[in-house]
Design a protein around this ligand. Structure first.
Ligand code: MCA
Ligand code: AMP
Length: 504
């Protein structure tokens, strides 16, 4: 029987060579990691998870958590990672929509998560940051030699929820081949080999840390330093032993604030990669002058994995996201007519290739609305392709804020604020922020005679929205600016408050 993604991972695995080195000093060889993935796959099977069933996972970062992802791929289950910042209210939506058979959380969360997961038909097991928990207890007595479930290129490997412009989050369905084809392309494009040692400080519930960082490492037979979170000092201490790092722009901004970052500390490094949000040209230029390294910026989406990348050899141009990856077609069209534009003209970025997802889970209309009749995915990003073929992202047609690499859809935050007593209406915008790139900021109009302040609104949002979605500031105004059609002019608000965080 063949399992499209896992067969490739197994074939690339270099036996007793290291796969993961943890911050506590533990090394997981490929053999050890694959053996544990077999035991966990057996445990999942014993719990009644069948190929095609969803396994929802909201756990802290650990080697065991990555191995659980591998176990799901082997068992044919659909892996559904969830941001550890999500509140119970948010989880309830995901469980209702995805109907997972199994939910894995940390032990402290078990009781509260059980109350919302059980009504949706899920069993709950635990996995903690230190690798303990009921799932691993169950796996202990299972056999290593699990017979992998048969999975074809087109079968689902994962569902990742992305926030929606118009309402609740949508589950992007990613197939075995979406993940495998993109990881193989990136491995070759970035020249990743078994000699590479990656600094992995990203969360593992998004495409960047889970698929780009982890699948590329696995398919190269390389190894990673797995850090629980981003910590500039720890990263600088690891650089002399590492060869690569992947990060969001905030990583690079924070590293530049650290006086230990210089040519010496970075001399062993081969490649620094940035993505998930725009890297300011000034960050690129400053990093190069401090370390001698030109950060390689690439562009992706949850729905498409990676689309473009600056070259490994050749010029990495600040402010661009490079060339379409081999096998991926990127075009720019007129958003009004859909006509393809020529070089240097700005329009909608559209993408087609083996990297592009299968659609949104149980949302056929939303899926259809985001594809053109000739099969291109409409990204919602505005950009151009210059005369040399480099793709530039110049803006977004979707109303989206990207803060520290996390996406926040204003509509969701506005919906929560508008429900509060005393609020007449609100507009949520992204305001330029020196650390997070953009900061979620709410402009609120109160009802006459309502007594509301910033603290009251933020307090009311605590249990409703994940921390990173909560506004960094609330501004009270008499009215929101509107155009002649009555639409709130967010560009006017963004302009008006552009200096709000200038001194943060
Ligand atoms: C933490 N906070 C945030 C964020 N992260 N607020 C807004 N935006 C954020 N990104 C909150 C914390 O809860 C805390 O709140 C306060 O801000 C300060 O926390 P701090 O200690 O500074 O945060 P941190 O723990 O250092 O985290 C910052 C971070 C982290 C390292 C930038 O957010 C991060 O790892 N981001 C990476 C996201 C990522 O992987 N994105 C990829 C998505 P308080 O103190 O008030 O409690 S995949 C994707 O986009 C596509 C496919 C692609 O192309 O890759
Ligand atoms: P997500 O929904 O988390 O997959 O985020 C995808 C979005 O992040 C894209 O549609 C872009 O708007 C943005 N993005 C990712 N990489 C870059 C980049 N290198 N530069 C600018 N925006 C980016």
């Amino acid at each position: 029987m063949s399992n499209h993604l896992f067969d490739a991972i197994r074939t690339a695995a270099p036996g007793d060579a290291p796969f993961i080195r943890t911050a506590e000093g533990r090394t997981w060889t490929y053999n050890n990691a694959l053996a544990l993935s077999g035991r966990i796959a057996s445990a999942i099977d014993t719990l009644g998870v069948r190929p095609g069933d969803r396994v929802a996972v909201q756990v802290d970062k650990s080697a065991e958590a990555l191995i659980l992802y591998l176990a799901c791929v082997r068992s044919g289950a659909i892996y559904l990672p969830l941001n550890t910042a999500y509140t119970l209210a948010e989880l309830d939506y995901f469980f209702g929509n995805a109907e997972p058979r199994l939910v894995v959380v940390s032990s402290v969360m078990r009781e509260s998560v059980e109350t919302i997961a059980r009504p949706h038909g899920a069993v709950v097991e635990t996995l903690n940051a230190d690798g303990t928990g009921s799932l691993l207890d169950l796996a202990k007595d299972e056999r290593d030699d699990f017979v992998d479930a048969s999975r074809s290129a087109d079968d689902l490997a994962a569902i990742l929820y992305t926030s929606g412009t118009t309402g609740r989050s949508k589950g992007a369905m990613l197939t075995h081949d979406n993940l495998l084809s993109n990881a193989l392309t990136l491995r070759d494009y970035w020249r990743v080999t078994a000699d590479d040692r990656l600094i992995h400080a990203l969360p593992i519930f998004h495409t960047h840390g889970l698929f780009v960082a982890t699948n590329v490492t696995l398919l190269a037979g390389a190894s990673m330093f797995l850090l629980p979170k981003f910590d500039p000092d720890e990263i600088l201490s690891l650089m002399p032993k590492a060869t690569m790092m992947m990060g969001v722009p905030t990583f690079y901004v924070r590293l530049l604030h650290n006086p230990r970052l210089n040519r010496d500390t970075a001399s062993n490094m081969r490649l620094f990669i940035s993505g998930s949000a725009p890297l300011l040209a000034e960050t690129h230029i400053e990093f190069k002058s401090r370390t001698g390294h030109a950060i390689l910026e690439r562009y992706g989406m949850t729905e498409t994995n990676m689309n473009t990348s600056n070259p490994y050899e050749g010029e990495r141009i600040a402010g661009t996201v490079g060339f379409p990856l081999p096998g991926v077609t990127v075009r720019v069209t007129d958003p009004a007519t859909g006509t393809e534009l020529t070089a240097e003209e700005t329009g909608m970025i559209e993408v087609k290739g083996p990297n592009v997802f299968k659609g949104y889970w149980r949302m056929p209309e939303k899926t259809a609305a985001e594809f053109t009749s000739d099969g291109f995915f409409i990204s919602g990003d505005l950009g151009k392709i210059d005369g040399q073929g480099y793709v530039h992202i110049v803006g977004r047609s979707k109303d989206l804020v990207i803060s520290g690499g996390y996406n926040i859809y204003p509509k969701e935050v506005e919906g929560e604020i508008d429900q509060l007593d005393g609020v007449a209406e609100s507009a949520v915008i992204g305001v330029q922020h020196p650390d997070f790139g953009e900061a979620v900021t709410a402009i609120v109009v109160c009802k006459p005679d309502a007594v509301l302040d910033e603290k009251a609104i933020l307090g009311a949002l605590q249990d409703r929205l994940a921390r990173y979605k909560q506004p960094k500031r609330i501004i009270f105004v008499e009215d929101l600016p509107r155009n002649t059609m009555g639409k709130v002019q967010k560009n006017v608000l963004r302009q008006k408050y552009s200096d709000l965080y200038a001194t943060t």
